[in-house]
Design a protein around this ligand. Structure first.
Ligand code: ACO
Length: 402
Protein backbone atom coordinates (compact mmCIF):
# COMPACT_ATOMS: atom_id res chain seq x y z
CA UNK A 1 0.00 0.00 0.00
CA UNK A 2 1.24 3.50 -0.83
CA UNK A 3 0.83 6.11 1.90
CA UNK A 4 -0.37 9.04 -0.19
CA UNK A 5 -1.20 11.14 2.87
CA UNK A 6 2.46 12.23 2.90
CA UNK A 7 2.18 13.70 -0.62
CA UNK A 8 1.59 17.40 -0.61
CA UNK A 9 0.98 17.69 -4.33
CA UNK A 10 -1.64 20.36 -4.94
CA UNK A 11 -1.58 19.89 -8.70
CA UNK A 12 -5.23 18.84 -8.86
CA UNK A 13 -4.82 15.06 -8.85
CA UNK A 14 -6.97 13.15 -6.38
CA UNK A 15 -7.68 9.44 -6.01
CA UNK A 16 -11.36 8.86 -6.68
CA UNK A 17 -12.79 5.88 -4.79
CA UNK A 18 -16.50 6.42 -4.26
CA UNK A 19 -17.65 4.38 -1.27
CA UNK A 20 -13.98 3.93 -0.24
CA UNK A 21 -14.01 0.44 -1.70
CA UNK A 22 -10.24 0.23 -1.80
CA UNK A 23 -9.05 3.14 0.28
CA UNK A 24 -7.33 2.65 3.61
CA UNK A 25 -8.19 5.50 5.97
CA UNK A 26 -5.89 4.57 8.84
CA UNK A 27 -3.39 2.11 10.30
CA UNK A 28 -5.06 0.17 13.08
CA UNK A 29 -3.93 -2.46 15.60
CA UNK A 30 -7.40 -3.39 16.83
CA UNK A 31 -9.20 -5.75 14.47
CA UNK A 32 -7.86 -7.92 11.69
CA UNK A 33 -10.15 -9.31 9.06
CA UNK A 34 -9.47 -11.27 5.92
CA UNK A 35 -12.62 -11.22 3.87
CA UNK A 36 -11.32 -13.62 1.22
CA UNK A 37 -10.67 -16.39 3.74
CA UNK A 38 -13.25 -15.41 6.36
CA UNK A 39 -10.99 -14.61 9.33
CA UNK A 40 -11.82 -12.15 12.10
CA UNK A 41 -9.53 -11.40 15.08
CA UNK A 42 -9.65 -8.82 17.85
CA UNK A 43 -6.15 -7.79 18.97
CA UNK A 44 -4.84 -11.06 17.53
CA UNK A 45 -7.39 -13.38 19.22
CA UNK A 46 -9.72 -15.31 16.93
CA UNK A 47 -13.40 -14.45 17.13
CA UNK A 48 -14.16 -18.16 17.55
CA UNK A 49 -12.03 -18.39 20.73
CA UNK A 50 -13.38 -15.17 22.17
CA UNK A 51 -17.03 -16.09 21.49
CA UNK A 52 -16.47 -19.49 23.07
CA UNK A 53 -14.55 -18.46 26.20
CA UNK A 54 -14.88 -14.77 26.95
CA UNK A 55 -17.42 -12.38 28.42
CA UNK A 56 -18.50 -9.21 26.63
CA UNK A 57 -16.93 -6.98 29.23
CA UNK A 58 -13.62 -8.85 28.99
CA UNK A 59 -13.68 -8.35 25.21
CA UNK A 60 -14.49 -4.66 25.74
CA UNK A 61 -11.37 -4.39 27.91
CA UNK A 62 -9.30 -6.20 25.28
CA UNK A 63 -10.44 -3.90 22.49
CA UNK A 64 -10.07 -0.67 24.44
CA UNK A 65 -6.81 -1.36 26.32
CA UNK A 66 -5.14 -3.79 23.92
CA UNK A 67 -4.67 -6.89 26.12
CA UNK A 68 -6.83 -9.42 27.89
CA UNK A 69 -7.21 -8.27 31.51
CA UNK A 70 -5.84 -10.11 34.52
CA UNK A 71 -8.49 -11.20 37.03
CA UNK A 72 -7.74 -8.08 39.09
CA UNK A 73 -7.91 -5.72 36.13
CA UNK A 74 -11.21 -7.23 35.03
CA UNK A 75 -12.68 -6.93 38.50
CA UNK A 76 -11.60 -3.30 38.75
CA UNK A 77 -13.00 -2.53 35.29
CA UNK A 78 -16.37 -4.12 36.10
CA UNK A 79 -16.45 -2.41 39.49
CA UNK A 80 -15.88 1.01 37.97
CA UNK A 81 -18.50 0.44 35.29
CA UNK A 82 -21.05 -0.73 37.84
CA UNK A 83 -20.60 2.56 39.74
CA UNK A 84 -21.65 4.65 36.77
CA UNK A 85 -24.78 2.84 35.62
CA UNK A 86 -27.15 5.49 36.96
CA UNK A 87 -28.21 8.11 34.44
CA UNK A 88 -28.95 11.70 35.49
CA UNK A 89 -32.63 12.00 36.44
CA UNK A 90 -33.02 15.05 34.21
CA UNK A 91 -32.10 12.86 31.24
CA UNK A 92 -35.32 11.03 32.06
CA UNK A 93 -37.36 14.20 31.50
CA UNK A 94 -35.80 14.54 28.09
CA UNK A 95 -36.37 10.82 27.43
CA UNK A 96 -40.01 11.05 28.56
CA UNK A 97 -40.57 13.61 25.81
CA UNK A 98 -40.15 11.04 23.05
CA UNK A 99 -43.56 10.00 21.77
CA UNK A 100 -44.35 6.35 22.44
CA UNK A 101 -43.56 4.44 19.27
CA UNK A 102 -40.57 6.62 18.32
CA UNK A 103 -37.85 4.50 16.78
CA UNK A 104 -35.36 3.14 19.35
CA UNK A 105 -32.36 4.14 17.22
CA UNK A 106 -33.55 7.75 17.04
CA UNK A 107 -33.90 7.72 20.80
CA UNK A 108 -30.50 6.11 21.34
CA UNK A 109 -28.49 8.48 19.15
CA UNK A 110 -30.07 11.55 20.75
CA UNK A 111 -29.75 10.24 24.30
CA UNK A 112 -26.08 9.38 23.83
CA UNK A 113 -25.48 12.81 22.26
CA UNK A 114 -27.28 14.37 25.24
CA UNK A 115 -24.88 12.67 27.66
CA UNK A 116 -22.25 15.18 26.50
CA UNK A 117 -24.50 18.03 27.60
CA UNK A 118 -25.02 16.29 30.94
CA UNK A 119 -21.24 15.83 31.35
CA UNK A 120 -19.77 19.28 30.75
CA UNK A 121 -16.40 18.03 32.03
CA UNK A 122 -16.19 15.82 28.94
CA UNK A 123 -16.25 18.88 26.65
CA UNK A 124 -13.02 20.36 27.93
CA UNK A 125 -10.22 20.35 25.36
CA UNK A 126 -7.03 18.55 26.36
CA UNK A 127 -8.53 16.02 28.78
CA UNK A 128 -5.95 13.90 30.60
CA UNK A 129 -5.78 10.14 29.93
CA UNK A 130 -7.54 9.51 33.28
CA UNK A 131 -10.31 11.97 32.44
CA UNK A 132 -10.84 10.37 29.04
CA UNK A 133 -10.90 6.94 30.68
CA UNK A 134 -13.58 8.08 33.10
CA UNK A 135 -15.79 9.19 30.21
CA UNK A 136 -15.23 5.81 28.53
CA UNK A 137 -16.29 3.96 31.69
CA UNK A 138 -19.34 6.22 32.12
CA UNK A 139 -20.40 5.72 28.52
CA UNK A 140 -20.17 1.91 28.70
CA UNK A 141 -22.12 1.94 31.97
CA UNK A 142 -24.86 4.35 30.91
CA UNK A 143 -25.35 2.87 27.47
CA UNK A 144 -26.78 -0.37 28.94
CA UNK A 145 -29.11 1.58 31.24
CA UNK A 146 -30.30 3.76 28.35
CA UNK A 147 -30.88 0.77 26.05
CA UNK A 148 -33.02 -0.87 28.76
CA UNK A 149 -34.98 2.41 29.20
CA UNK A 150 -35.75 2.42 25.50
CA UNK A 151 -37.07 -1.13 25.63
CA UNK A 152 -39.20 -0.37 28.71
CA UNK A 153 -40.66 2.65 26.97
CA UNK A 154 -41.72 0.52 24.00
CA UNK A 155 -43.87 -1.44 26.47
CA UNK A 156 -45.07 1.62 28.35
CA UNK A 157 -43.43 0.22 31.50
CA UNK A 158 -41.51 2.16 34.13
CA UNK A 159 -37.73 1.91 33.92
CA UNK A 160 -35.87 -0.39 36.30
CA UNK A 161 -32.86 0.93 38.18
CA UNK A 162 -29.62 -1.06 37.85
CA UNK A 163 -28.64 -3.77 40.31
CA UNK A 164 -24.93 -3.18 40.47
CA UNK A 165 -23.99 -6.44 42.13
CA UNK A 166 -24.80 -8.17 38.86
CA UNK A 167 -22.32 -8.49 36.04
CA UNK A 168 -22.75 -6.13 33.07
CA UNK A 169 -24.81 -8.36 30.80
CA UNK A 170 -26.95 -9.86 33.57
CA UNK A 171 -27.61 -6.35 34.88
CA UNK A 172 -28.61 -5.23 31.40
CA UNK A 173 -31.00 -8.17 30.99
CA UNK A 174 -32.37 -7.51 34.49
CA UNK A 175 -33.06 -3.83 33.72
CA UNK A 176 -34.62 -4.89 30.41
CA UNK A 177 -36.69 -7.93 31.30
CA UNK A 178 -36.75 -7.84 35.10
CA UNK A 179 -39.78 -6.94 37.12
CA UNK A 180 -39.54 -4.41 39.90
CA UNK A 181 -38.73 -6.99 42.52
CA UNK A 182 -35.37 -7.91 43.93
CA UNK A 183 -35.92 -11.61 43.35
CA UNK A 184 -36.18 -11.45 39.56
CA UNK A 185 -33.84 -14.11 38.22
CA UNK A 186 -32.32 -13.80 34.78
CA UNK A 187 -31.80 -17.15 33.03
CA UNK A 188 -28.03 -17.78 32.60
CA UNK A 189 -28.77 -19.38 29.22
CA UNK A 190 -30.16 -16.05 28.04
CA UNK A 191 -27.18 -14.15 29.51
CA UNK A 192 -24.74 -16.46 27.78
CA UNK A 193 -26.46 -16.01 24.40
CA UNK A 194 -26.48 -12.24 24.86
CA UNK A 195 -22.78 -12.23 25.79
CA UNK A 196 -21.98 -14.12 22.61
CA UNK A 197 -24.00 -11.78 20.40
CA UNK A 198 -22.42 -8.69 21.94
CA UNK A 199 -18.90 -10.14 21.52
CA UNK A 200 -19.54 -10.95 17.86
CA UNK A 201 -20.63 -7.36 17.22
CA UNK A 202 -17.92 -5.68 19.29
CA UNK A 203 -15.71 -4.47 16.43
CA UNK A 204 -15.32 -4.83 12.70
CA UNK A 205 -12.55 -2.44 11.66
CA UNK A 206 -13.34 0.49 9.35
CA UNK A 207 -17.04 -0.13 8.59
CA UNK A 208 -19.46 2.73 7.96
CA UNK A 209 -20.32 3.53 11.59
CA UNK A 210 -16.75 3.11 12.88
CA UNK A 211 -15.36 5.32 10.13
CA UNK A 212 -18.04 7.83 11.12
CA UNK A 213 -16.92 7.72 14.76
CA UNK A 214 -13.30 8.25 13.75
CA UNK A 215 -14.04 11.05 11.31
CA UNK A 216 -16.30 12.92 13.75
CA UNK A 217 -13.74 12.42 16.52
CA UNK A 218 -10.99 13.69 14.23
CA UNK A 219 -12.51 17.18 14.46
CA UNK A 220 -11.89 16.93 18.25
CA UNK A 221 -15.61 16.45 18.85
CA UNK A 222 -16.22 14.81 22.22
CA UNK A 223 -16.60 11.06 22.73
CA UNK A 224 -20.39 11.15 23.18
CA UNK A 225 -20.94 13.20 20.01
CA UNK A 226 -18.67 10.86 18.05
CA UNK A 227 -20.48 7.73 19.29
CA UNK A 228 -23.88 9.31 18.70
CA UNK A 229 -22.87 9.92 15.07
CA UNK A 230 -21.77 6.28 14.82
CA UNK A 231 -25.17 5.16 16.11
CA UNK A 232 -26.86 7.20 13.37
CA UNK A 233 -24.63 5.61 10.72
CA UNK A 234 -25.42 2.16 12.09
CA UNK A 235 -29.15 2.80 11.76
CA UNK A 236 -29.21 2.42 7.96
CA UNK A 237 -30.64 -0.84 6.56
CA UNK A 238 -27.47 -1.41 4.51
CA UNK A 239 -25.49 -1.48 7.75
CA UNK A 240 -26.75 -2.33 11.26
CA UNK A 241 -30.39 -1.90 10.31
CA UNK A 242 -30.07 -5.11 8.29
CA UNK A 243 -30.82 -7.35 11.29
CA UNK A 244 -34.28 -5.82 11.63
CA UNK A 245 -34.76 -6.02 7.87
CA UNK A 246 -33.83 -9.74 7.88
CA UNK A 247 -36.48 -10.74 10.41
CA UNK A 248 -39.09 -8.59 8.67
CA UNK A 249 -38.16 -10.27 5.38
CA UNK A 250 -38.37 -13.77 6.92
CA UNK A 251 -41.77 -12.96 8.41
CA UNK A 252 -42.98 -11.70 5.04
CA UNK A 253 -41.77 -14.91 3.35
CA UNK A 254 -43.55 -16.94 6.03
CA UNK A 255 -46.82 -15.04 5.55
CA UNK A 256 -46.42 -15.46 1.81
CA UNK A 257 -46.50 -19.26 2.21
CA UNK A 258 -42.75 -19.85 2.67
CA UNK A 259 -41.90 -20.12 -1.03
CA UNK A 260 -38.16 -19.51 -0.72
CA UNK A 261 -37.39 -20.02 -4.43
CA UNK A 262 -39.76 -17.20 -5.35
CA UNK A 263 -37.94 -14.76 -3.04
CA UNK A 264 -34.51 -15.84 -4.24
CA UNK A 265 -35.68 -15.20 -7.83
CA UNK A 266 -36.93 -11.77 -6.74
CA UNK A 267 -33.51 -10.94 -5.24
CA UNK A 268 -31.84 -11.87 -8.54
CA UNK A 269 -34.21 -9.79 -10.67
CA UNK A 270 -32.36 -6.60 -11.63
CA UNK A 271 -35.67 -4.80 -12.24
CA UNK A 272 -36.71 -5.46 -8.65
CA UNK A 273 -34.99 -3.40 -5.93
CA UNK A 274 -35.44 -6.24 -3.43
CA UNK A 275 -32.22 -7.74 -2.02
CA UNK A 276 -31.84 -10.74 0.22
CA UNK A 277 -31.33 -9.02 3.54
CA UNK A 278 -28.46 -10.46 5.59
CA UNK A 279 -26.66 -11.57 2.44
CA UNK A 280 -23.49 -10.09 1.02
CA UNK A 281 -20.79 -7.99 2.59
CA UNK A 282 -18.41 -5.32 1.38
CA UNK A 283 -15.38 -7.17 2.73
CA UNK A 284 -16.34 -10.83 3.19
CA UNK A 285 -16.21 -12.66 -0.10
CA UNK A 286 -16.46 -15.90 1.83
CA UNK A 287 -18.50 -17.00 4.84
CA UNK A 288 -18.71 -14.30 7.50
CA UNK A 289 -17.12 -16.17 10.46
CA UNK A 290 -19.60 -14.47 12.79
CA UNK A 291 -22.53 -15.89 10.81
CA UNK A 292 -21.22 -19.43 11.37
CA UNK A 293 -21.01 -18.89 15.15
CA UNK A 294 -24.43 -17.22 15.27
CA UNK A 295 -26.08 -19.97 13.26
CA UNK A 296 -24.90 -22.54 15.78
CA UNK A 297 -25.80 -20.30 18.74
CA UNK A 298 -29.23 -19.89 17.20
CA UNK A 299 -29.81 -23.64 17.11
CA UNK A 300 -28.53 -23.99 20.70
CA UNK A 301 -30.58 -21.21 22.27
CA UNK A 302 -33.82 -22.19 20.53
CA UNK A 303 -33.34 -25.76 21.70
CA UNK A 304 -32.50 -24.72 25.27
CA UNK A 305 -35.48 -22.39 25.45
CA UNK A 306 -37.72 -24.99 23.78
CA UNK A 307 -38.73 -22.62 20.98
CA UNK A 308 -39.76 -23.85 17.56
CA UNK A 309 -39.32 -20.87 15.25
CA UNK A 310 -40.54 -21.29 11.69
CA UNK A 311 -38.52 -18.29 10.51
CA UNK A 312 -35.30 -20.17 11.43
CA UNK A 313 -36.34 -22.99 9.12
CA UNK A 314 -37.07 -20.46 6.36
CA UNK A 315 -33.68 -18.80 6.96
CA UNK A 316 -31.84 -22.12 6.65
CA UNK A 317 -33.74 -23.02 3.48
CA UNK A 318 -33.03 -19.58 2.03
CA UNK A 319 -29.33 -19.99 2.76
CA UNK A 320 -29.30 -23.44 1.16
CA UNK A 321 -31.07 -22.29 -2.01
CA UNK A 322 -29.01 -19.11 -2.36
CA UNK A 323 -25.67 -20.82 -1.79
CA UNK A 324 -26.30 -23.27 -4.59
CA UNK A 325 -27.47 -20.58 -7.01
CA UNK A 326 -24.88 -19.30 -9.56
CA UNK A 327 -26.05 -15.69 -9.04
CA UNK A 328 -24.97 -15.74 -5.38
CA UNK A 329 -21.97 -18.01 -5.96
CA UNK A 330 -20.51 -15.82 -8.74
CA UNK A 331 -20.96 -12.65 -6.71
CA UNK A 332 -19.63 -14.35 -3.57
CA UNK A 333 -22.71 -13.45 -1.56
CA UNK A 334 -22.83 -15.34 1.75
CA UNK A 335 -24.93 -14.86 4.88
CA UNK A 336 -23.51 -12.09 7.05
CA UNK A 337 -23.65 -11.49 10.81
CA UNK A 338 -27.19 -10.15 10.60
CA UNK A 339 -28.72 -13.15 8.92
CA UNK A 340 -29.28 -15.19 12.09
CA UNK A 341 -28.82 -12.64 14.89
CA UNK A 342 -32.40 -11.35 14.69
CA UNK A 343 -33.78 -14.83 15.23
CA UNK A 344 -31.84 -15.07 18.50
CA UNK A 345 -32.96 -11.60 19.59
CA UNK A 346 -36.55 -12.64 18.94
CA UNK A 347 -36.05 -15.81 20.98
CA UNK A 348 -34.68 -13.69 23.84
CA UNK A 349 -37.84 -11.57 23.75
CA UNK A 350 -36.72 -8.41 21.91
CA UNK A 351 -39.03 -6.73 19.40
CA UNK A 352 -37.52 -6.18 15.93
CA UNK A 353 -37.15 -2.41 16.39
CA UNK A 354 -34.68 -3.06 19.24
CA UNK A 355 -32.29 -5.18 17.17
CA UNK A 356 -30.10 -2.39 15.85
CA UNK A 357 -29.95 -0.84 19.32
CA UNK A 358 -28.53 -4.14 20.59
CA UNK A 359 -26.02 -4.10 17.75
CA UNK A 360 -24.99 -0.62 18.93
CA UNK A 361 -24.59 -1.85 22.51
CA UNK A 362 -22.28 -4.58 21.24
CA UNK A 363 -20.34 -2.28 18.89
CA UNK A 364 -19.73 0.36 21.58
CA UNK A 365 -16.33 -0.98 22.81
CA UNK A 366 -15.12 -1.17 19.21
CA UNK A 367 -16.17 2.40 18.50
CA UNK A 368 -14.49 3.55 21.71
CA UNK A 369 -11.28 1.64 20.94
CA UNK A 370 -11.17 3.12 17.43
CA UNK A 371 -11.85 6.64 18.70
CA UNK A 372 -9.10 6.24 21.32
CA UNK A 373 -6.65 4.88 18.75
CA UNK A 374 -7.40 7.74 16.36
CA UNK A 375 -6.64 10.22 19.18
CA UNK A 376 -3.49 8.35 20.28
CA UNK A 377 -2.20 8.38 16.69
CA UNK A 378 -2.89 12.13 16.54
CA UNK A 379 -4.61 11.62 13.21
CA UNK A 380 -5.42 14.76 11.23
CA UNK A 381 -8.99 15.86 10.68
CA UNK A 382 -10.72 13.54 8.18
CA UNK A 383 -11.50 15.47 5.04
CA UNK A 384 -11.91 13.61 1.73
CA UNK A 385 -11.46 15.35 -1.60
CA UNK A 386 -13.81 15.30 -4.57
CA UNK A 387 -13.87 15.50 -8.35
CA UNK A 388 -16.11 18.42 -9.25
CA UNK A 389 -18.56 17.64 -12.06
CA UNK A 390 -21.01 20.55 -11.72
CA UNK A 391 -21.64 23.66 -13.81
CA UNK A 392 -18.84 26.16 -14.36
CA UNK A 393 -19.08 29.94 -14.87
CA UNK A 394 -22.79 30.79 -14.76
CA UNK A 395 -24.01 34.39 -14.68
CA UNK A 396 -26.42 35.31 -11.90
CA UNK A 397 -29.89 36.11 -13.29
CA UNK A 398 -32.42 38.12 -11.39
CA UNK A 399 -35.31 36.03 -10.04
CA UNK A 400 -37.81 37.88 -12.30
CA UNK A 401 -35.94 36.68 -15.37
CA UNK A 402 -35.61 32.97 -14.56
N1 ACO B 1 -29.24 -9.71 -2.67
C1 ACO B 1 -29.16 -9.73 -4.02
N2 ACO B 1 -28.12 -9.24 -4.71
C2 ACO B 1 -27.11 -8.69 -4.02
C3 ACO B 1 -27.11 -8.63 -2.61
C4 ACO B 1 -28.22 -9.17 -1.93
N3 ACO B 1 -28.28 -9.15 -0.60
N4 ACO B 1 -25.98 -8.02 -2.19
C5 ACO B 1 -25.29 -7.72 -3.29
N5 ACO B 1 -25.96 -8.12 -4.40
C6 ACO B 1 -25.51 -8.01 -5.80
C7 ACO B 1 -25.63 -6.59 -6.32
O1 ACO B 1 -26.89 -6.39 -6.94
C8 ACO B 1 -24.49 -6.53 -7.29
O2 ACO B 1 -24.88 -7.23 -8.45
P1 ACO B 1 -24.32 -6.77 -9.91
O3 ACO B 1 -22.85 -7.03 -9.87
O4 ACO B 1 -25.07 -7.62 -10.86
O5 ACO B 1 -24.66 -5.31 -10.03
C9 ACO B 1 -23.39 -7.37 -6.60
O6 ACO B 1 -24.10 -8.32 -5.78
C10 ACO B 1 -22.43 -6.57 -5.75
O7 ACO B 1 -23.19 -5.81 -4.81
P2 ACO B 1 -22.79 -4.37 -4.29
O8 ACO B 1 -24.00 -3.68 -3.80
O9 ACO B 1 -21.95 -3.70 -5.33
O10 ACO B 1 -21.83 -4.74 -3.07
P3 ACO B 1 -21.40 -3.75 -1.92
O11 ACO B 1 -20.12 -4.26 -1.40
O12 ACO B 1 -21.45 -2.34 -2.39
O13 ACO B 1 -22.57 -3.91 -0.84
C11 ACO B 1 -23.89 -4.79 0.92
C12 ACO B 1 -22.50 -4.75 0.26
C13 ACO B 1 -24.39 -3.35 1.13
C14 ACO B 1 -23.77 -5.45 2.28
C15 ACO B 1 -24.85 -5.56 0.00
O14 ACO B 1 -24.39 -6.89 -0.17
C16 ACO B 1 -26.30 -5.56 0.52
O15 ACO B 1 -27.05 -4.63 0.21
N6 ACO B 1 -26.70 -6.61 1.31
C17 ACO B 1 -28.02 -6.64 1.91
C18 ACO B 1 -28.07 -5.77 3.12
C19 ACO B 1 -27.27 -6.35 4.29
O16 ACO B 1 -27.38 -7.52 4.60
N7 ACO B 1 -26.49 -5.49 4.96
C20 ACO B 1 -25.73 -5.88 6.15
C21 ACO B 1 -24.27 -5.85 5.88
S1 ACO B 1 -23.38 -6.47 7.27
C22 ACO B 1 -23.31 -5.19 8.38
O17 ACO B 1 -23.41 -4.05 8.09
C23 ACO B 1 -23.15 -5.57 9.77
Amino acid sequence: AIDISKLRDQSGYVTLDIGYKNTGATKSAITFLDGEVGILKYRGYSIEQLAENSSFIEVAYLLIYGNLPTAEQLQAFEFEISHHTLVHEDMKKFFDGFPSGSHPMGQLSSLIGALAAFNPASLKQGLSAEEVNLEIIKLIAKMSTIVSWIYKKSLGHPVIYPRNKLDYVTNFMYMTFGQRTEDTEIDPVVVSAMNKLLILHADHEQNCSTSTVRIVGSSDANLYASISAGISALWGPLHGGANQAVVEMLQKIKQDGGDVDKWVAKAKDKNDPFRLMGFGHRVYKNFDPRAKIIKKACDDILEKLGINDETLEIAKKLEEVALSDPYFVERKLYPNVDFYSGIIYTALGFPTEMFTVLFALGRLPGWIAQWKEMKANKEPIGRPRQVYVGETNREYTDIKNR
